[in-house]
Every structure is written in C-alpha cells, then in structure tokens.
Design a protein around this ligand. Sequence first.
Ligand SMILES: Cc1cc2nc3c(=O)[nH]c(=O)nc-3n(C[C@H](O)[C@H](O)[C@H](O)COP(=O)(O)O)c2cc1C
Length: 173
Amino acid sequence: MKVVALVGSTRKNSTTRKATEIVVKELEEQGITVEIIHFAEVKLPIYEEELAKINPPKVVQDFIEQIANADGFILASPEYHGSVSGVLKNALDFIGAREMSGKIAAGSKLGAANTVNTLHQICRNLHAWALPQSPTIPAAYEAFQKDGSLKDDKLQERLVTLGKKLAEELQRR
Ligand SMILES: Cc1cc2nc3c(=O)[nH]c(=O)nc-3n(C[C@H](O)[C@H](O)[C@H](O)COP(=O)(O)O)c2cc1C
C-alpha cells in the first residue's frame, strides 16, 4: 500500500510540509509507505501537452509514474490568493483520471475553506474520492512548535485523524 503526498509549496521551511509530515507519521505507523513530493525539491516544468504526453522529460515521467503507482494521496496546499498554489495545480495538470480514478485522496491546506473546496473539486474531476476530513491551519506561520507538532492540540488531532482515516480507507479496500 503506497501513498504519495504532494506538498504544494516551494519554500524549504514550509509549514505545508510540516503539516503533511504529521499526517505521514500516522500513515507510517499504520504500516503504509509514503513518498513525499515537495515542490521545493521536485521542479516540474509548466504544463504543456508536448511535455505531458508527447515528449515528457524524466522529471515529468517519474512524477506521472509515482502517481499512477500510488493507492492514495495527500494533497497539501498553502492558500494563495484564496485558492490552491499554482505549483500544486500545475503538477495536477500533468495528471489525468487514468492515474487517479477510484483512488482515495486526503486534502489539507493552510488558510480558508476555498482552498479545500478547490482541492475537492479537482479530485472530483480526476475521479478520485476525497475524504471529508480536510483540516485547515489558520496563521500557519505561528501554529507549529519546534518539534514540528501543532501548538493547538485539537488541530494536531485533526491531522492525525486524517492520517488514520486515509489508512483505514486504504486497508478496507
Ligand atoms: C502569492 C501568495 C498568495 C497568498 N495568498 C494568501 C491568501 O489568499 N490567504 C492567506 O491566508 N494567505 C495567503 N498567503 C500566505 C500563505 O498562505 C502562507 O504564507 C503559507 O503559510 C505559506 O505556506 P508554506 O509555509 O507552506 O510555504 C499567500 C502567500 C503568497 C506567496
């Protein structure tokens, strides 16, 4: 069982990454392998049909293959102008229902409800099932402790629960 986590920030010290790692830790404790794709490290080109379908560079081939081979996903995004970050949306533009259809996605984002709604909408368009649990982290710049956990215990628990629910759903299938 394998999950791919997409971290939609290009910052190395990303709070989106920190939030993702809380969910990842829970999944790993449930025996699920997780690969993190953080767009501070993996640099995809801007989507073009030529690069996606006709003559894809290795970075694009590897990315599409990782998604196709995953059983589930974590989609984590900072809020940019009330929506999903461009780098995450661009990455998802390389993906089609062929790679994601029928799979489970868990969404998480930093900011307000529009970003989560957009992630759910993208999942629906890719024929993937988005879990209803979609934790949001307000004022993410001051939300984390030095050890990477959240200062707010209830919010920490919501991210752990997201990991549990994704693991449960994958194991149930
Ligand atoms: C281009 C841009 C647009 C942003 N738009 C919003 C926004 O609409 N609402 C908001 O709450 N924060 C907004 N922010 C702040 C980011 O959501 C915030 O810095 C977030 O913590 C960054 O995530 P990261 O630490 O994973 O990089 C924006 C930041 C950038 C760079």
